[in-house]
Design a protein around this ligand. Structure first.
Ligand code: DPP
Ligand code: ZN
Length: 844
């Protein structure tokens, strides 16, 4: 397959004034009739009339009423088009029941649904399936389904049909259709200018009790976007539909968002606090796309971060406002490091705005989304809050209705602030995680910080010029008081110094506060300094970071030198855990430990080949030592932070549960699971039940709970996903592959459901010591399943290949085992374009 390049962009030769679609539904033979009013695009030089189309059976085609015979390929069709406005009509037949790729129109549990981003609409009918071609759509659905939905506002409906009209011109990737036996949970919202909006969450019968939280989250999102960005909703109706079989989390189709049911359905009995927070954020994310994505869309898929980076940034702001900003920031940085830094430091590294791709589905990545959001945050830090919102107002004013680019986006900021952003643009074009080396000097009341930036080579990019970096810094005096409040230093050179004068003594620096830039900070620091920052830093992120660094240094010494658990860490973290003036959620996060993957990357960066088993052993040893160190404190915390009264998934209650369950983890290491069993038996919400289940599995006392959990929840597929994944994640490393293998034989395992596949095989891939077990059993099992899944669902297969992206870190024996599996995938006949591209890039 040939790559597509950003530099080759040309506009389509035709504009569209209107699209009329009629669907006659039938599981195996749905007919789609299209009537599209085209006219020549005055801005285009290439007038080839090419329409994308894949897996379509063309029944008839006509231009201006004259039947024609277009030239067909497996990518689409070409026809001779007049150099004047004309009407295209076509009828095609498609087979939703056979569509296991879950792109285009497909069936999920007997219901029809669609997923068109990025390039699924071409599996529905012939069309210029590119985001810069926008048009108003009118849709008629004919079928026997109880509920038949499409985008926009409802039109006529009656026995066997429903009509829809979306007045807002949109690209085809935002098209959606849903039809089935659905029930709605209704709601209502009045916009600030008085528009009455009808809201619905549509679910399968039986799930109607799990919609209330999502509905509240939607209303909060609508209000928040008005309050913070001045953005109002623009239709009379907003529908959300929950679908069980879905490749991604959710999709922002205009007026008809479609959600993976795991990202919208929630109840205290079946969802954890983490699930609630995530659902709230995803509902907000998809809603916010109405302005950042739909009203202003992307010119081409290279600009994906234009809508995704900005919308992730917006949903993070929303969560920070509704819950705790420090906790959200810490959680986001943990995720950024786990997914994006990992990607940026391996063979799949790519710029936030890629310059080429083979299959766009492979670029819905942590780099485009999460690093893309970090760039928005840096921009806001650099220009300041007021200028940021002024720039956003200009963006909405200038580009409403456009398919825009990153150049457009940056120009808005330049025009609104008078700032030159050409150096900032390197953050979009240059891949890789920059390193920031810091040294300092103090004399005569003057403190100097010297920074040196560098970015390692990434595929196709050897040299990277310096970027502009906002470095938020504060200084603490010897008694722990802040002597310099947070100040943003703007670094533009490869090496640069900043001075602070008038200091009475040498300060302790707190650098990269709130994680002001997505970089790896390299600074020689002592345990004493880290413990000091953990105790005194006023910046919650850096306070947490100091504890994390202390834990990490100790773990690295344990792994590399066989050191004992570091008592400085144990004392410092115990003091934090004990400090009741601190937010319980923060304390629970502070007590978290660096992940196995994080430690592996740190060892590798430091010149040591990581041994996954040794990493696992060190973490176990440290956890055990910590449980002993806190043996008096843990039961106190556990009792003190039990939540009384009705379950609420809010920040206060979930923070308390999080700390109590962290304490339960410590207790379990000393009591062998007795307390966890009591909690399991008494639990009346999933947060408590799952935490206890997890402790029991860890303690090797899970057998009864595994059976009981399954009996209790076998009717609930989302809870059973947790049952699958938790058993794999909590298995001992030499058992992980066997446990996953056995679960794939379970009657409830199906590879057709992406959630279940990820719960089982994804859990294997995310358990480093088990996945990388020296036997190679983990590699082989995952490969077997990826090869089986690829012909059914290339998108999910390709995504999960990233399990192998870190392979070059490991020893020769493991690399050989992995290379064998990668080659086995590549040798599979008819391997999808998606998987071929991913494995080729990983193999290098
Ligand atoms: N555009 C979707 C989202 O990120 C993904 N299909 O919201
Ligand atoms: Zn998105």
């Amino acid at each position: 397959p040939q790559p597509i390049y950003l530099k080759d962009y040309t506009p389509f030769g035709y504009l569209i004034d209107s699209v009329d679609l009629t669907f006659t539904l039938s599981p195996e033979a749905t007919r789609v009739r299209s009537r599209i009013a085209f006219r020549p695009n005055p801005d285009a030089s290439d007038t080839t009339f090419f329409l994308h189309g894949e897996n379509l059976k063309l029944i008839s085609a006509a231009i201006d009423g004259q039947s024609i015979t277009p030239k067909l390929t497996d990518q689409g069709l070409t026809a001779d088009a007049p150099n004047a406005p004309f009407v295209w009509e076509a009828e095609v037949e498609i087979n939703p029941a056979a569509n296991t790729a879950l792109e285009g129109l497909y069936m999920s549990n007997g219901m029809y649904c669609t997923q068109c981003e990025a390039e699924g609409f071409r599996k529905i009918t012939y069309y210029p399936d590119r985001p810069d071609v926008m048009a108003p759509f009118t849709v008629r659905i004919e079928g026997a389904e109880k509920v038949m939905l499409s985008n926009g506002n409802p039109g006529a409906s009656g026995e066997g049909f429903a009509e829809w009209h979306d007045p807002w011109p949109k690209p085809a990737y935002l098209f959606a259709l849903v039809a089935g036996d659905l029930i709605n949970h209704p709601g209502q919202f009045t916009t600030k200018s008085g528009r009455e909006v009808e809201l619905n969450i549509w679910v399968r019968p039986g799930d109607e009790g799990k919609c209330a939280f999502g509905m509240e989250a939607l209303k909060h999102s609508m209000k928040w976007d008005e309050d913070v960005y001045g953005r109002e909703y623009d239709l009379d109706l907003f529908n959300i539909v929950a679908v069980d079989d879905f490749n991604m989390g959710a999709m922002e189709n205009k007026g008809l968002n479609i959600f993976n049911s795991s990202c919208v359905l929630a109840s205290p009995e079946t969802s954890t606090d983490g699930n609630f927070e995530r659902i709230e954020a995803i509902i907000a994310h998809e809603y916010f796309h109405n302005w950042t994505g739909n009203r202003i869309t992307c010119r081409d898929w290279f600009q994906l971060c234009l809508k995704e980076g900005l919308t992730v940034y917006r949903d993070a702001q929303f969560t920070s406002d509704l819950r705790s900003a420090p906790v959200k920031r810490i959680e986001d940085v943990i995720a950024l490091r786990a997914r994006q830094f990992r990607e940026d430091n391996g063979p799949l590294a790519h710029p936030v705005r890629p310059e080429s791709f083979v299959e766009i589905n492979n670029f819905y990545t942590a780099t485009v989304y999460e690093k893309g959001a970090e760039l928005i945050g840096m921009l806001k830090t650099l220009v300041g809050d007021a200028a940021y919102y002024k720039s956003l107002d200009l963006y909405f004013e200038r580009h409403d209705g456009d398919a825009a680019t990153i150049e457009d986006w940056l120009k808005v900021f330049e025009d609104a602030t008078g700032r030159d952003l050409s150096q900032f643009k390197r953050w979009y074009s240059d891949a890789g995680t920059p390193r920031l080396k810091v040294s300092d000097d103090y004399s005569d009341g003057t403190y100097t910080l010297t920074f040196r930036q560098s970015t390692p080579p990434t595929p196709g990019q050897d040299e990277k010029p310096p970027r502009v970096i906002p470095i938020a810094v504060g200084l603490l005096g010897p008694n722990g008081d802040e002597v310099q409040a947070t100040q943003v230093l703007e670094m533009t050179e490869e090496e640069q110094s900043f001075t602070f004068t008038g200091l009475a003594a040498k300060p302790t620096p707190s650098i990269l506060r709130d994680f002001s830039a997505p970089m790896i900070l390299q600074r020689d620091s002592s345990n004493a300094e880290r413990a000091f920052l953990l105790a005194h830093d006023t910046d919650p992120f850096n306070k947490w970071e100091a504890g994390r660094a202390l834990a990490k240094d100790g773990l690295i010494a344990m792994i590399r030198e066989g050191a004992s658990p570091d008592s400085a860490y144990l004392d410092a973290i115990t003091a934090v855990a004990r400090d009741d003036t601190l937010d319980p959620a923060f304390r629970a996060l502070a007590m978290g430990l660096p992940s196995q993957d994080d430690l592996a990357q740190t060892l590798f960066d430091g010149g040591t080949t990581p041994n996954p088993q040794a990493i696992w052993d060190a973490l176990e040893t440290l956890r055990q030592a910590r449980a002993q160190h806190m043996q008096d404190l843990a039961p106190r915390l556990y009792a003190q932070y039990q939540v009384e009264g009705d379950y609420q998934p809010d920040a206060a209650q979930s923070g308390a549960r999080s700390l109590a369950n962290t304490a339960l983890g410590l207790i379990t290491r000393l009591d062998g699971g007795a307390q966890a069993q009591r909690q399991y038996d008494a639990a009346d919400n999933m947060t408590q039940q799952l935490a206890a289940f997890c402790c029991l599995l860890q303690a090797g006392k899970g057998e009864a709970a595994i059976a009981a959990f399954y009996d209790q929840w076998q009717h609930d597929r989302l809870v059973i996903d947790k049952w699958f994944s938790m058993q794999v994640v909590q298995a001992a490393p030499d058992q992980t592959a066997a446990v996953a293998d056995a679960l794939t034989q379970h009657a409830d395992f199906t590879m057709k459901n992406p959630n279940r596949f990820r719960a089982t095989l994804g859990a294997l891939a995310m358990s480093p010591a088990g996945f990388h077990h020296a036997s190679g059993a983990g590699y082989e099992l995952l490969t077997d399943w990826l090869i089986q899944l690829d012909p059914l669902n290339p998108q999910t297969t390709a995504r999960m290949c990233s399990a192998f992206e870190t392979w070059k870190r490991y020893d020769a024996a493991r690399q050989d085992l992995i290379a064998t599996q990668l080659d086995r995938i590549l040798a599979t006949p008819n391997l999808s374009r998606d998987t071929t591209e991913m494995v080729t890039r990983i193999r290098g």
